[in-house]
Design a protein around this ligand. Structure first.
Ligand SMILES: [Zn+2]
Length: 864
């Protein structure tokens, strides 16, 4: 699954407490209850256990056959589940299934009804006799799934756990296509079918989905065909012969268009790679997802394990509860993935596409045996983003994104606390979906890759995948796979990174004498939390001989290394391969950083050189800034723009001329964007106007156009509003967002019509709706009573029809308006006091206005 936690930083304006993890589900007590049904009551009274074991396997689920149809009017599903199973080891006369909040009608085996107990969580079936683990049995369960009656649970990664979702099922919202989709992870599949809902269970699967003729369906496995029924419906049949975990079961229904693509397997056969999108997005589907076949080919080759499944389809749904989900062969994305060709220039979702695809090896083929072992799924999916960036966009891009991933871990750990990567004593399993399992895990894999070398690392992965395929694994199995291939004992590595919390904090300083360099390393991490790490590093020493490389091991709290040098020491790059994970601070002279800019090959070396080598202004550092503006990597150019203010007069003129050119011509839109925002306020008014108007009319990037509008508004408000008005109808969520931000900051009465038009439209995707709403909130707080009243109608609409993320923040937004009305009322009351004697008529008018404000304010309070 791909998370979208960044949401909480999107709307700093109306900050709130939404990052609080939702209350823990009853995972701990229900798990014990499942294993020991007889003593359920006593188990629930026990304290929370500190060790979350993997689910005890009592029964092997062999095949799951589902037959489903839908009641769109009340959002329920009629289901028949036919399960083939056998006792795992010990003989048994019962089958215990997870089945959440259903109506169970009957359980039948060999034509005979079976006795069962059902408590809304577990279905305990009494079999007709005792079976041994050599005897299979097949029983069927008739049931009704009622997802709407579920209490909302979930996590920051998954905002709800209803399992089965009906979106606009009665078609009441004309702007939204009615649709049905599912979300299983972590344990919500058992809301829509009875199963053993644990990650260490694997079953083959088939589904018969009965729907109106006009709909398309999607599920895991192969499409086996569709049968027409007498009542105008059809029944689609999907079948997957390879076993996978119940949380990966998937189903979606709607009037989707299917855009066909293909992957050619190494044996020359063609595999279906289809994209399911709403009709208006059909022309863009290939631009959005078109790299998928290349990714399948690349990852298959890299891992030495071919893509195992029948097909690879991807679908975009509305009101999705997470970022994306790796349902086997049928991956779901939220509607943020809808982007037109211009929007794709600024931002594509290839990282998310790679992430979900990589899960088809790590997660779907080999599955974490328990949620404590979730990094076996998510760390790999996270690391696939690096692998794809490296292959497709180059090592600088991969290294740059890696820094962001590491930062994501630091932020997440700071906010939510540090814990072991393999975390056995979480409170709620949903907490596993955090910056540890994803970001830290991904970075640790990179450390291991650099330590073992590419060949051993990927061979180790191949070994892990082939040894454990179609099974569940725990992290020791990963260690053993690497140990077998490399011949090394890797307990030290797995102990320090997988079983201990925190990360290395390394301070490096140097002492240089005539023919010797002493490098001092201090590990300053909190030792009550983290160990003293063993850190292998590749040093690059630049002296009179040129460059010398040296592999070293840091493994003490304080450690000094003596390195002979010849001639002048030019620089030492302590982590030449950019493979260190953790915080590192270095003390070294500016001239070494300047040398580093020109000789460091990796992104972090050049970035640090630019940041620390320009702190003191001199000829060499100024030259560095000018050169950094021409760096081949976009982020270095972008950082250099900010540094240009440090330049002395003559060089500054040259740099500003270059930045102005970059605003118009840099190949990367984020650099043009940074350039226009930097340079526009520094240009003469006419020159700035000309630049901004040119960009508004000609730049392909909505990001750049939005910034040019903002800059123009500072110089000539009226002109900016004319341009913005023309762009209001652009069919783009991102452009709407840019305009909303502009109006949020500068808008007057006339701009209200934009919000009235855009909010109820289907044009705002993903988090854009939330961001537009926060701009509107800011806008409304500065407007008069008429606009605030109109805004109330829009909030009423959003409360019903807004997407999940918007709904989450509506109370904060409305509260912001309520407070702004409070201050308006206070001002009016002061005026009334002042005017009461001198101008009673005016005072009476204001009193009426206060009353009107109070009524509107009540309306906003009711929405909260
Ligand atoms: Zn994932």
């Amino acid at each position: 699954m791909k998370r979208y936690i960044s949401i909480f930083t999107v709307i700093g304006l109306l900050s709130c407490q939404a990052t609080k993890t939702p209350p823990s589900s009853t995972a701990t007590s229900t798990q014990s209850a499942k294993q020991m049904p007889v003593t359920l009551a006593e188990q629930e009274e026990e304290e929370i256990p500190v060790y979350h074991a993997a689910e005890t396997i009592l029964t092997d689920l062999i095949h799951t056959k589902l037959e489903v149809s839908f009641n769109w009017n009340n959002s329920t599903m009629n289901g028949k589940a036919t399960l083939t199973a056998k006792p795992h080891f010990y003989p048994s006369d019962s089958l215990i299934l997870d089945a959440k909040g259903m109506d169970i009608y009957e359980v039948v085996l060999n034509g005979k009804k079976l006795a069962y107990q059902y408590d809304s969580s577990f279905l305990r079936i009494q079999l007709d006799r005792t079976y041994t683990n050599k005897e299979k049995y097949t029983l069927s369960i008739q049931y009704l799934a009622k997802p709407e009656e579920r209490k909302i649970g979930g996590s920051a990664a998954i905002t709800s756990d209803k399992g089965l979702y009906f979106i606009n099922p009665k078609g009441e919202d004309k702007n939204q296509m009615p649709q049905i989709w599912t979300q299983g992870e972590t344990e919500a599949s058992s809301v829509w079918f009875p199963t053993i809902d644990a990650p260490n269970v694997k079953t083959t699967q088939e589904i018969y989905i009965t729907i109106d003729e006009k709909y398309n369906s999607l599920s895991n496995g192969k499409f086996m065909g569709s049968t027409k029924n007498a009542n105008g419906t059809k029944t689609d049949h999907w079948k997957q012969d390879l076993p996978h975990a119940p949380y990966l079961f998937m189903m979606a229904v709607g009037e989707f268009k299917i855009v066909k693509d293909a992957y050619i397997r190494p044996d020359g056969t063609k595999m279906e790679v289809n994209y399911y999108v709403e009709p208006e997005w059909e022309p863009y589907a290939k631009a959005i997802f078109g790299e998928t076949p290349n990714m399948i080919a690349y990852f298959s080759k890299l891992l030495g394990v071919d893509y195992a499944w029948d097909k690879y389809n991807q679908i975009v749904v509305r009101d999705y509860v997470s970022g994306a989900m790796e349902n086997t062969g049928a991956v779901i994305f939220g509607d943020y993935a809808y982007k037109n060709n211009r929007e794709l220039l600024d931002d594509n979702d290839q990282s998310t596409i790679a992430h979900e695809l990589f899960h088809h090896w790590f997660g779907d083929l080999v599955t974490c045996e328990s949620w404590s072992n979730l990094p076996l799924n998510e760390s790999f999916a996270n690391y696939s983003q690096y692998l794809w960036d490296e292959y497709r966009f180059g090592i600088d891009e991969a290294d740059y994104q890696a820094e962001g991933e590491a930062e994501g871990y630091y932020q997440s750990a700071k906010a939510q606390g540090y814990h072991e990567l393999i975390w056995f004593d979480y409170e709620s399993r949903e907490q596993m979906f955090d910056g540890h399992s994803y970001n830290k895990g991904g970075r640790i894999l990179h450390v291991l890759r650099n330590y073992l070398g590419d060949e051993a690392f990927f061979k180790g992965l191949q070994n892990y995948l082939t040894t454990n395929k179609f099974k569940a694994a725990e992290f020791h199995q990963l260690r053993l796979a690497f140990e077998e291939v490399s011949g090394q004992d890797l307990n030290w590595f797995f102990n320090q990174y997988f079983l201990k919390a925190g990360h290395p904090v390394l301070e490096v300083s140097q002492e240089v004498s005539e023919n010797e360099l002493i490098l001092n390393f201090k590990q300053t991490q909190d030792l009550s939390l983290s160990p003293i790490y063993r850190i292998p590093l590749k040093l690059a020493i630049y002296d009179g001989r040129g460059v010398t490389f040296k592999n070293i091991n840091i493994d003490q709290k304080d450690q000094s290394l003596r390195i002979p040098i010849q001639g002048k020491l030019e620089n030492v790059i302590v982590d030449y391969q950019q493979s260190f994970f953790g915080k590192m601070s270095e003390e070294k002279p500016q001239e070494q950083y300047i040398h580093q800019f020109y000789h460091g090959t990796r992104y972090r070396a050049r970035r640090d050189a630019l940041l620390f080598g320009t702190k003191i202004s001199n000829a060499a550092s100024n030259e560095l800034i000018l050169d950094a503006l021409k760096d081949p990597f976009w982020h270095i150019r972008m950082l250099a723009i900010e540094k240009a203010v440090r330049l002395s007069n003559e060089q500054r003129t040259a740099a500003y001329a270059l930045i102005k050119e970059m605003a118009a011509k840099d190949p990367k839109s984020v650099v043009r964007n940074a350039a226009v925002n930097f340079i526009s306020p520094k240009l003469e008014k006419d020159e700035s106007m000309a630049l901004n108007e040119m960009l508004i009319q000609k730049d392909s990037s909505y990001l750049v156009v939005s910034s040019a509008l903002k800059q123009l508004a500072k110089i000539d408000f009226e002109k900016a509003m004319v341009h913005a008005k023309n762009l209001e109808n652009e069919k783009s969520s991102k452009m709407a967002l840019g305009i909303a931000q502009l109006y949020g900051n500068y808008g007057k009465k006339e701009q209200m019509s934009f919000f009235e038009k855009i909010i109820p439209s289907s044009r705002l995707q993903g988090f854009d709706q939330l961001t537009v709403v926060s701009s509107m909130t800011y806008y409304l707080s500065k407007q008069d009573i008429e606009e605030i009243e109109k805004g109330l109608t829009l909030y009423q609409y959003l409360k019903e029809e807004g997407n999940n993320y918007t709904k989450m923040f509506i109370p904060q937004s409305c509260n912001y308006i309520v407070q702004s009305i409070d201050s308006k009322i206070r001002n009016l009351e002061e005026e009334v006091l002042k005017d009461e004697k001198t101008n009673p008529q005016y005072a009476a008018q204001n009193r009426k206005l206060i009353d009107r404000y109070k009524i509107i304010q009540e309306g906003y309070k009711r929405i909260q």
